[in-house]
Design a protein around this ligand. Sequence first.
Ligand SMILES: NC(=O)C1=CN([C@@H]2O[C@H](COP(=O)(O)OP(=O)(O)OC[C@H]3O[C@@H](n4cnc5c(N)ncnc54)[C@H](O)[C@@H]3O)[C@@H](O)[C@H]2O)C=CC1
Ligand SMILES: O=C(O)[C@@H]1CCC=N1
Length: 271
Amino acid sequence: MFNKVAFIGAGSMAEAIISGIITTSFLKKEQIFVMNKNNKERLENLSERYEIHCDFNKKQLVAGADLIILSMKPHDAQEAIDSMKDYIQEDQLIISILAGVSTDYIAKLIGKEIPIIRAMPNTSASIGLSATAVTKGENASEEHLQKAVSLFNTIGTTSIVKEEEMHTVTGISGSGPAYFYYVVEAMQKAASEAGLDQLVASELITQTIVGAGEMLKQSGETASTLREKITSPNGTTQAAIETLDEYNVEKAMMDCVKNAKERSIELGKLM
Ligand SMILES: NC(=O)C1=CN([C@@H]2O[C@H](COP(=O)(O)OP(=O)(O)OC[C@H]3O[C@@H](n4cnc5c(N)ncnc54)[C@H](O)[C@@H]3O)[C@@H](O)[C@H]2O)C=CC1
Ligand SMILES: O=C(O)[C@@H]1CCC=N1
């Protein structure tokens, strides 16, 4: 499907994707090329661990790559793309995982009518459990989109969305893992205050969140039904949920997603 894949940016998301495509044998190690801004030690480390090619020479890195993955931070995109756009050809496919940044804007920076797929994975990619959403830019075909789906399926599930939905997706599944970690941190604090052993608490909380996730996935029941089944009249769960309602946690969660979405829109405009 791809002969050579070049990652521009070698941070945590690039590593998660690399790990997925190697573990599932989607690509051979020697087909993967990576660069970052100036962190030689990081590249050496990646090269040793995954046996992939690392190179600071942009021309060499991009030459012959049928897929280029933009995996730098949004604020670094302009400089990174400026310094390599002359080596990019219209028959190459670009996948961007940059939060907030439109395919049109990337095409404008590159200055060519090039196929671009925009994707929003999440950090669970590092264990093959990302919820990734993808969308295609103006010059990308259905075939390009399907190739991207195949790639992101190596690191979890992949959903196809409209480009205008990508900001919402970022607020839901891109940043989403952090919301659950936040809840876990709070539960750990409560357990600690109550004097429960930290290791025991951690084991119980982790298995509780994994179990709830699997119930959502496997039971075929809605979150609301599953919650009601736990909530005995005048029981402990009712007392707990009434507290969440008193604090208006539902509204807080809705605003949390909304603000992440707004920030994604801003990130796109800041470029
Ligand atoms: N961390 C997350 O949960 C998610 C992040 N994203 C997006 O993924 C992208 C990368 O995020 P992370 O991996 O967390 O960032 P990171 O900070 O870990 O990595 C960024 C990489 O880009 C490199 N870079 C910066 N300027 C460069 C340049 N001029 N040329 C080449 N490389 C350059 C850096 O050296 C670094 O290797 C961001 O655009 C972010 O919006 C998307 C989904 C989830
Ligand atoms: O916080 C961020 O900007 C990135 C994008 C999605 C998750 N993390």
